[in-house]
Design a protein around this ligand. Sequence first.
Ligand SMILES: Nc1ncnc2c1ncn2[C@@H]1O[C@H](COP(=O)(O)OP(=O)(O)O)[C@@H](O)[C@H]1O
Ligand SMILES: [Mg+2]
Length: 343
Amino acid sequence: MSDRNPNEFDPIFQAVNGQPAAVDIPEPSFESFSVDRRSDDERTELLPPPLQAPRHAPVENTRRSDDSLAPAVGVTTAVLDADRTPLAALDARNISAWFGDHQVLDRVSLTMPAGVITSLIGPSGCGKSTFLRILNRMHELIPSASLAGEVLLDGDDIYDARKRLVDARKSIGMVFQKPNPFPAMSIYDNVVSGLKLTGTRATRGERDELVETCLTKAGLWKEVRDRLRAPGGGLSGGQQQRLCIARSLAVKPRVLLMDEPCSALDPTSTRVIEETMLELVNDVTIVIVTHNMQQAQRVSTQCAFFLASHGTPGAIVEYGDTDAMFTEPIDGRTFDYVNGRFG
Ligand SMILES: Nc1ncnc2c1ncn2[C@@H]1O[C@H](COP(=O)(O)OP(=O)(O)O)[C@@H](O)[C@H]1O
Ligand SMILES: [Mg+2]
């Protein structure tokens, strides 16, 4: 267990003095981490009724046809494409979360469709980051944390006791608010660091190809191809964030979680990251937390509005098609939030 701030802590890429700390990621035992396996009926008896969540029409998978999946001209994508993993949906069912006795999420259910960018919006403290950390089993790194519910990746519960923790983290990558590359490590080694940490073998040639592919997909290749041996810490903030995206992509995740990935960046870098996300969503399902309403509208197809009103645990007030959420929300609280009346 770690007492580091999980917002700045990447369990796959945990660093000590700028170098990866450990190859083995500990498997927490289910004795030490509580996942509530009671039936929904049993839990419902103990809990107040959830907030009603009006639903807009379900979002269709917006993945383009295979023709449009072709990489940009001159891009080598052999390593990622050779054994390309199919797009996967992430399905959170009745997720509740606690820190000690303090409940911070109450039976949140959300389907994040394959090949779609889903944005999570809502005021600070309503549980968006907690929800995101539950989606890739990072929540359990916090000593007092517990949860109830299920997270299904392509139909498989990532919290199933037979599932390895490292597999969930590998399949479901995370990019944080503050870029966290290994600063002393070269750009090249930053990208391939995940291979070692997840025990993936690759030849030198394969690594070279992977570095080019991932940096290209992250929109950074042209800016760094002449200085791959320079330290990652020497890049600008926006470049470091794209390096972190490239590093996440190198282990071929099926879902990429992004917790306010642009909030520490200038508008130009933000724009580049947004363009990168719109390219990436052809290959990987994306869930982004953002406080920037324009960003949610620019990048996401589906949106979920979280709220923790009057000290109650966070819940989804409304979710559905992003345009509908912003132009004709069903719930008055959504209307007030997206129009900047609170939060
Ligand atoms: N490590 C932690 N220990 C105890 N409480 C926490 C921890 N992290 C978050 N919380 C609490 O959980 C609630 C939800 O926080 P968070 O998920 O960070 O919300 P958001 O990302 O929407 O701002 C808040 O009340 C916050 O204080
Ligand atoms: Mg947060």
